[in-house]
Ligand binder design. Structure first.
Ligand SMILES: *[C@@H]1O[C@H](CO)[C@@H](O)[C@H](O)[C@H]1NC(C)=O
Ligand SMILES: *[C@@H]1O[C@H](CO)[C@@H](O)[C@H](O)[C@H]1NC(C)=O
Ligand SMILES: *[C@@H]1O[C@H](CO)[C@@H](O)[C@H](O)[C@H]1NC(C)=O
Ligand SMILES: *[C@@H]1O[C@H](CO)[C@@H](O)[C@H](O)[C@H]1NC(C)=O
Ligand SMILES: *[C@@H]1O[C@H](CO)[C@@H](O)[C@H](O)[C@H]1NC(C)=O
Ligand SMILES: *[C@@H]1O[C@H](CO)[C@@H](O)[C@H](O)[C@H]1NC(C)=O
Ligand SMILES: *[C@@H]1O[C@H](CO)[C@@H](O)[C@H](O)[C@H]1NC(C)=O
Ligand SMILES: *[C@@H]1O[C@H](CO)[C@@H](O)[C@H](O)[C@H]1NC(C)=O
Ligand SMILES: *[C@@H]1O[C@H](CO)[C@@H](O)[C@H](O)[C@H]1NC(C)=O
Ligand SMILES: *[C@@H]1O[C@H](CO)[C@@H](O)[C@H](O)[C@H]1NC(C)=O
Ligand SMILES: *[C@@H]1O[C@H](CO)[C@@H](O)[C@H](O)[C@H]1NC(C)=O
Ligand SMILES: *[C@@H]1O[C@H](CO)[C@@H](O)[C@H](O)[C@H]1NC(C)=O
Length: 804
């Protein structure tokens, strides 16, 4: 499967895909590798150089191809996540001299440097070493790989100057992005690589000018963002007349960029120029920007007026002008662009929409986000084909338009943090995500969920809702996240919800719920997938049977460190939505944080629960926070709590617990916050680094307790402590960042941070920040996936179609 055909098209990916399918089916038919035994042996030796718990022999061999004449290995495509270990210079890999295709991407070569022995493989046409944890410099011997058409070293930690690739004259794909290469780019790079069609140098520390051949270059894809390229790079780029994709975020230019410099790029489809200052005049309608443009991304460009540049661009599909300072109303003409599909207007100073409330009705837009603006008045009628509609954090008033009910394509609907009044529309069943948090909505939650409803996330917290929880929620078999906190709902505990198999997060904090929390049969509470249950500040009564928690499978599982996924992570090629929630944890409060799926908490505080704490709590091995404070629990603190080894926060204060604090609690090594204040506990406080580091206030109000951190020895009962309240109150107002700092190891009390369970990134920091940061660690939340991937899926889709 040589990729060195003269016709170098963007379609590489899909072609590759088709070829792979052909290969795979050949392989299945032959069902025997035409590999020489010595080659198989060498392959197994290569495998044995690494830990390969991620894949077995047949996984590994499924990516191998041998020449059917000579039996020599010609292709090796390692499954991702197969190997961990060091790639040594004497690795048997470098004995496969006949390799033409080598892809080791997405494995972990734990900070190996790149052995210069790669140069032995001088028949290679395709070499991909992306996302492999390689460090250090690229050996100069790479310049011997003169047959290469495809070289991908992206997403490593490679350093040093630009690799010596100048005499790899057949290259058509060169990807060095997301590394730490520094110094200048060889200015004649494009002159020496006449076939180069795809060049990605994004996120390095590169500088310098480039030269462009007089004869037309074949370059169609160029990404140079987040380097230190200066203004002089622009003029040569303007000569790359075949460019279709151009990404130039965050250039190091001291003057505003005049977009008309790109007017010669007649084939340009996507231009991303975020985080640069743009010449205001060049945003006017006669800027000369290529009319072919389908995507224009200008996030964080200090734009203050709505760009008229869009007026002439009749092919536009994808527009992002988020994180600017645009004032006034969104003009009416904008919505007449015939192919508009994705629009991001987040974090500007828009006050509303020009035109009538029907202005969006003729628009083709499908994904529309204008969160974090200053829009007031009534909400416009939503566009007919809308899929994703987010207007959160504005000041809209009036009712939620009922016309959303006949937008059958709508999937994500977020109007949270506005001033909507009136009822909730009676048509939520079609929507996957409904977020109406922090408005002034009234009436009850409509009891209209039909069988097969798509609802996965329903957040109606902080409104003025009354009535009961709708019984038809039972029809929402996909429901994962249900938040009705801070309303005036008056109902008994919804035991019937146990029939919703996927419920993971359920909060009904601060309502008027009443009655018993234990099921009528006094058996366990059956919510197998539940991870977060917050019932605080209601009027629940009664006691909990000892077996109360036995059915909570999800919380009984210990944290899976690999699955560091945020809760409610809905992804597709165009947008990401992640559930956020208020966290009350370690005695502190964090508004709308993102939560890892491993975060497991129970909060029953502020009710009238009595009796003993169920012994079965000890089964919830994954529990991170438990708050039973402000109830009337009595009896002893269950010994089984010592089995909840992940526990970081335990609040049993203000109950009527008696007896000793179990000594075993002293060994809970992640416990960063504990309070048993205001009970009737006695005896010696168990000692251990986590407990003695707590403030005195955590133990006060128990006349019988003694030992550190309380003063006094255990022989003379201590007298009541004077005021310690100041310290505590101050803590309450600390924000989450302060918590993280506060609990850094060794800083305050020497606590261990067990898990970074939440990321403090209120949604306005994360949504639609523009596509540019997608790949970076935890910042990976934006409305759209990176432009690259959208572009690729877009193109491969198109090419598959055109090839059929
Ligand atoms: C190897 O893994 C594949 C899929 O990961 C699986 O289908 C196969 O059964 C496994 N083979 C053995 C021998 O474990
Ligand atoms: C090797 O395989 C190719 C394609 O599968 C086939 O065209 C060719 O005839 C085979 N050569 C030999 C020697 O079997
Ligand atoms: C290399 O392998 C990865 C999977 O590990 C795959 O996603 C990628 O497309 C492959 N690249 C090439 C050029 O085959
Ligand atoms: C490769 O070199 C290492 C030392 O760096 C040695 O321990 C190992 O045995 C060698 N492996 C082979 C296959 O020669
Ligand atoms: C690679 O493996 C090392 C050692 O097992 C580990 O510390 C590191 O986190 C891994 N890196 C990645 C990116 O998985
Ligand atoms: C290089 O590999 C990375 C990581 O797999 C991938 O995202 C990128 O598309 C690849 N580049 C090319 C040109 O195929
Ligand atoms: C490529 O460059 C290297 C070093 O710069 C040189 O040794 C080698 O001969 C060159 N190969 C070709 C084919 O020019
Ligand atoms: C391009 O042409 C100009 C004059 O036509 C010449 O001066 C220049 O050297 C040429 N540049 C390259 C890179 O060939
Ligand atoms: C350009 O980069 C240098 C070095 O990082 C920095 O000091 C300077 O402020 C940057 N200038 C602009 C306009 O971004
Ligand atoms: C809004 O955009 C500005 C840039 O114009 C940026 O500095 C700021 O951090 C953004 N605000 C939020 C909340 O994302
Ligand atoms: C909502 O309206 C109330 C008064 O009814 C006002 O105090 C509040 O600031 C408004 N909130 C927003 C987000 O506009
Ligand atoms: C703690 O767990 C172990 C094993 O899982 C069990 O044998 C023991 O009885 C538990 N201790 C308590 C107090 O529940």
């Amino acid at each position: 499967m040589s990729l060195s055909q003269p016709r170098l098209r963007l379609r590489f990916l899909s072609i590759l895909l088709l070829n792979c399918i052909v290969f795979a089916s050949n392989f299945l038919i032959n069902n025997a590798l035409p590999c020489r035994p010595d080659q198989i042996q060498a392959l197994m030796q290569f495998k044995n150089e690494f830990e390969s718990n991620g894949c077995n022999r047949s996984d590994f061999l499924s990516g191998v191809r041998c020449d059917n004449a000579t039996g020599a290995v010609t292709k090796l495509q390692l499954p991702s996540g197969c190997f961990t270990g060091t790639l040594k210079p004497n690795s048997s890999l470098f004995g496969f001299h006949h390799l033409r295709y080598l892809n080791l991407s997405h494995n972990n070569f734990t900070s190996s440097s790149l052995p210069s022995e790669f140069s032995n493989l001088n028949r290679l046409e395709v070499l991909s070493l992306a996302s492999n944890s390689f460090v250090g410099q690229v050996p100069s011997s790479f310049s011997n790989l003169v047959m290469l058409t495809h070289l991908n070293l992206s997403h490593n930690e490679l350093t040093g100057s630009f690799p010596q690739v100048r005499n790899l004259t057949k290259l058509s794909f060169l990807d060095l992005s997301y590394n730490q290469f520094s110094g200048t780019i060889p200015s004649d790079l494009l002159l020496t690589m006449p076939f180069l069609s795809h060049l990605n140098l994004k996120e390095n520390h590169l500088t310098g000018p480039i030269e462009v051949p007089n004869s037309s270059s074949r370059l169609v894809y160029l990404s140079l963002g987040n380097n230190q390229f200066e203004g002089q790079i622009l003029e040569p780029i303007s000569k790359l007349i075949n460019l279709e994709y151009l990404e130039l975020s965050s250039l190091n230019i001291s003057y505003p960029i005049d977009l008309s410099i790109f007017s010669s790029l007649k084939a340009l489809l996507i231009l991303e120029i975020s985080k640069n200052r743009l010449l205001p005049a060049s945003l006017s309608s006669d800027s000369g920007i290529p009319l072919s443009l389908e995507g224009l991304i200008m996030s964080q460009c200090d734009i203050i007026e709505f760009p008229n540049i869009f007026k002439t661009l009749q092919n536009l599909q994808h527009v992002v002008i988020s994180n600017n300072r645009i004032k006034g109303k969104v003009p009416e003409w904008f919505w007449k662009l015939p192919r508009l599909s994705i629009v991001g207007l987040v974090n500007n100073s828009f006050t509303g929409f020009e035109g009538s409330s029907e202005v969006l009705l003729n628009s083709s837009v499908q994904i529309l986000d204008f969160a974090y603006n200053s829009m007031t008045g009534a909400f416009p009628l939503p566009p007919p084909n809308i899929i994703y509609l987010s207007a959160w954090n504005n000041s809209f008033t009036g009712n939620i338009p009922l016309s959303i009910c006949n937008r059958s394509s709508l999937v994500v609907f977020d109007l949270s943090y506005n001033n909507f009044t009136g009822p909730i529309p009676r048509c939520l069943s079609n929507l996957k995500i409904v977020n109406l948090r922090k408005n002034s909505l009234e009436g009850s939650i409509p009891d209209e969920f039909y069988s097969g409803a798509s609802t996965q996330t329903l957040d109606v917290g902080y409104n003025r809702l009354t009535g009961k929880l709708p019984r038809s929620l039972l029809n929402c078999s996909f429901l994962k996240f249900l938040s009705v906190d801070n309303n005036r709902i008056e109902d008994t505990f919804p035991f019937w919800l146990k029939a919703v198999p996927n419920l993971q997060v359920f909060t009904l904090r601060s309502n008027r719920f009443f009655g018993h929390l234990s099921p009528p049969d006094q058996g366990p509470l059956a919510f197998p997938e539940l991870r977060i249950l917050e019932l605080s500040d209601n009027s629940f009564t009664g006691s909990l049977p000892p077996s109360y928690f036995v059915n909570w499978q999800a919380s009984s599982v210990k944290i899976n460190e690999d699955g560091r996924i945020y809760m409610g992570d809905y992804k597709n090629a165009y947008y990401i939505y992640e559930d956020t929630m208020d966290l009350q944890y370690k005695g502190l409060f964090m508004e709308q944080g993102k939560v890892l799926t491993s975060y497991t908490t129970i909060d029953f505080s502020g009710n009238k629960l009595e009796g003993e704490i169920p012994e079965s709590i000890g089964l919830l091995k994954g529990l991170i926070a438990l708050n039973l404070s402000n109830n009337a629990f009595s009896g002893q603190i269950p010994l089984s709590l010592a089995n909840v080894t992940e526990l970081e926060s335990l609040d049993l204060s203000r109950n009527q617990l008696s007896g000793n604090i179990p000594r075993e609690l002293g060994s809970l090594s992640f416990l960063a916050y504990i309070s048993v204040a205001h009970n009737q506990l006695k005896g010696k406080i168990p000692q251990g680094p986590q407990i003695t580091g707590q403030p005195k206030s955590s133990f006060e109000g128990n006349v019988g307790l003694c030992g550190l951190p309380l003063q006094g020895s255990c022989f003379a009962p201590p007298t009541q402590q004077p005021e310690e309240e100041d310290e505590e109150e101050e803590e309450q107002v600390l924000n989450w960042k302060a918590v993280v700092i506060g609990y850094l190891p060794g800083l305050l009390f020497g606590f261990v941070i067990a898990h970074v369970i939440a990321s403090y990134r209120p949604k306005w920091f994360v949504k639609l920040v523009g596509p540019d940061k997608q790949k970076k660690a935890d910042n990976s939340v934006s409305l759209f996936m990176s432009m690259d991937s959208r572009w690729e899926s877009f193109n491969s889709k198109n090419s598959v179609e055109s090839e059929m």
